[in-house]
Design a protein around this ligand. Structure first.
Ligand SMILES: [Ca+2]
Ligand SMILES: [Ca+2]
Length: 205
């Protein structure tokens, strides 16, 4: 028992994106943490093996989606849980095959925001891609112009923002270059997973 509290405190410290909810007030909480995996529809979960069960049922919004084997007492067990979309999701872990059958259950809750819509290459967010966007991207990358939507600046959709993006836009505008990938020429959500964030955009027409 003496080693348990520091481990639980450590785990709680890294659980930064979710609300941990203990469902059953039993002896040893599992301390389930959930954190989003950027650019994916996956949620990374972790919890402490209390050493009292042979396996754990993991449920998503009330439906069991996987069964994990026990590890070792006080070891941290991790897994990735795929969620269907945005919104609030509740993930619960329940110990099974224990001395008294199933027991210990704890949950975490996480809300994935709806992704913003944008037009790729439209750095200045005026719903058209022209020379002004290449200039804006240069000012954002190398000047002090605030960057409001990283995905829009990432004109070539390689998941990074660098000089190749305004060059890509210029090549497209001046001829010979390939058009920016979707969402372009229309406004929409990013169809390709990456770690870039779109903080602010005006509504799509
Ligand atoms: Ca523009
Ligand atoms: Ca890029």
């Amino acid at each position: 028992m003496q080693n348990r509290i520091p481990l639980i405190v450590l785990l709680a410290a890294i659980c930064t994106f979710s609300l941990t909810v203990s469902v059953d007030a039993q002896i040893v909480p599992l301390n389930v943490c959930c954190n989003p995996v950027p650019g994916t529809n996956m949620i990374h979960i972790s919890f402490i093996d209390p050493g009292a069960y042979l396996s754990f049922d993991v449920s998503l919004n009330g439906v069991i989606v996987m069964v994990l084997p026990a590890s070792a007492p006080l070891a941290t067990i991790t897994a990735l849980v795929a969620v269907g979309g945005n919104g609030t999701h509740t993930i619960c872990v329940q110990g099974t095959q224990g001395p008294q059958g199933s027991g210990q259950t704890s949950c975490c809750q996480i809300t994935l925001p709806t992704p913003r819509q944008f037009m790729r290459g439209d750095s200045n967010d005026d719903k058209t891609v022209n020379l002004a966007d290449a200039i804006a991207s240069l000012q954002m990358l190398f000047g002090s112009l605030p960057m409001t939507c990283h995905d829009a600046v990432d004109a070539n959709d390689d998941g990074a923002m660098d000089l190749s993006d305004p060059i890509y836009v210029l090549a497209y505008l001046l001829g010979g270059g390939v058009a920016p990938p979707a969402p372009f020429p229309l406004c929409g959500v990013d169809p390709t997973p990456d770690t870039l964030i779109c903080h602010i955009t005006s509504p799509c027409p």
